[in-house]
Design a protein around this ligand. Structure first.
Ligand code: NDP
Ligand code: MG
Length: 386
């Protein structure tokens, strides 16, 4: 049976790779919904090629262009704040790929869970902001979550067939980002161009900056905490500059299982869409002789203080990670626009934590409020820096 897929964030890095996988296996998949933020020309081209039932553009001023282009083809179009939520729960959707960036992933994910849709989860911010809340929703839903983040896909693969009680530790690997070998002084002077030069992965701008600050790795620890229901003291991260080992699981008998492969997101995306079936021709093969050496280093919290925020968020709990995520989104955008320095990103996040009220047991409305307040506070701090 052909699986109907809603690709939320179809014009982005994960979204376009997802569509390539869908297009290569029409007997298995059909893109029934495409949703993008602002790249309307790309979205129109995708809709002409994939013929979804529905195409959504978040930016309302671009909607007439989308509608006029797709109406003659009989493709429905939508915009507005409710569009993603409705699409995620629609009848003509079996699996939702959450590949929008940032907080925008939360609402459609919740809608998909309420409707019992399967989720291929790329948007890690959803689990960072509200992981404990999402797990409560999942407990009474038939939704299954398949991780797309390469580290979490690796852990998911390593845990297959294993007794969860025998897991000693999850070991998340980190490339170390573009500044792995840079001095503190050089990092302080880093520009957006420097930070966007990731050594191993080609990704969207926001996650690439998160990789440079190593907040991405902090987020992945939090994501693993909730995806695998693992206590924080059982999750560690290690720098592995070659990005060949995508993560590992250590067991109580001393065994470590790892998943290796070339750095290529098509593998975890295809594994998630295929519900753990291994299809041929997904990714290039990994020539270990050519790789030659696999090395490991301790993450350096002094040069990358954002990395330490994982522990802080998980200890403090409540709405803390929601504040961190919101402040980071504002700070990263300001850094990309050249308005603040690289180190200001961490300063803005920690100032926002101090200035936004702590909520111990947030419900959905608390996340909405916290996100809005933290964004405002972070924007004020950006202004004051300027
Ligand atoms: P990109 O910036 O490349 O793409 C983001 C996509 O989301 C674009 O299609 C964008 O549309 C769309 N979008 C943004 N806001 C909205 C909105 N409000 N409504 C609808 N669509 C929206 O990001 P990535 O693909 O790199 O990352 C996506 C997610 O996957 C992130 O959460 C990231 O952390 C995660 N991830 C990414 C990896 C990667 O290799 N790229 C690896 C692991 C995780 P438009 O561009 O048209 O504005
Ligand atoms: Mg990752």
């Amino acid at each position: 049976m052909q699986k109907k897929i809603a690709v939320l964030g179809s014009t982005g890095s994960i979204g376009t790779q997802t569509l390539d996988i869908i297009a290569a296996a029409p007997e298995r998949y059909r893109a029934s919904v495409l949703a993008a933020g602002s790249r309307v020309d790309d979205l129109i081209a995708q809709a002409i090629r994939h013929r979804p039932d529905l195409a959504i553009i978040a930016r309302e001023d671009l909607y007439p262009q989308l509608r006029d282009a797709l109406m003659p083809l009989g493709i429905a179009t939508a915009t507005g704040p409710d569009a993603l939520r409705q699409a995620a729960a629609a009848d003509n959707v079996d699996t939702v790929v959450t590949a929008t960036v940032g907080y925008s992933g939360l609402e459609p994910t919740i809608a998909a869970i309420a409707a019992g849709k399967d989720i291929a989860l790329a948007n890690k911010e959803t689990m960072v902001v509200a992981g404990s809340y999402i797990n409560r929703l999942l407990a009474s839903s038939r939704t299954r979550i398949y991780p797309v983040d390469s580290e979490h896909s690796a852990i998911y693969q390593c845990l297959k067939g294993e007794d969860p009680a025998k897991v000693r530790r999850l070991i998340i690997t980190a490339s170390g980002g573009p500044f792995r070998t840079w001095s503190k002084g050089a990092i302080a002077r880093a520009t957006a161009t420097d930070a966007l030069r990731h050594p191993n992965w080609s990704m969207g701008a926001k996650i690439t900056i998160d990789s440079a600050t190593m907040l991405n790795k902090a987020f992945e620890i939090i994501e693993a905490r909730w995806l695998f229901d693992m206590q924080p003291d059982k999750i560690s991260a290690i720098v592995h500059p070659q990005s060949i080992i995508h993560s590992m699981v250590e067991f109580t008998d001393g065994a470590i299982k790892a998943q290796l492969g070339v750095p290529d997101m098509r593998l975890p995306i295809a594994y998630a869409l295929g519900e753990s079936v291994r299809y041929e021709g997904v990714s290039d093969f990994c020539d270990l002789l050519e790789v030659g050496t696999l090395t490991f280093e301790q993450p350096d919290e002094e040069r990358f203080p954002c990395f330490g925020l994982a522990k802080y968020c998980l200890n403090r709990g409540g709405n803390t990670a929601c504040v961190v995520n919101a402040a980071n989104e504002i700070a990263v955008a300001a850094f990309l626009n050249g308005r603040i320095t690289f180190n200001d990103i961490y300063t803005i996040i920690t100032s926002a934590i101090e200035r936004v009220d702590f909520i111990a047991n947030p419900d959905y409305n608390d996340f909405v409020q916290t996100n809005a307040i933290a964004r405002r506070v972070a924007s004020e701090i950006v202004e004051s820096i300027n």
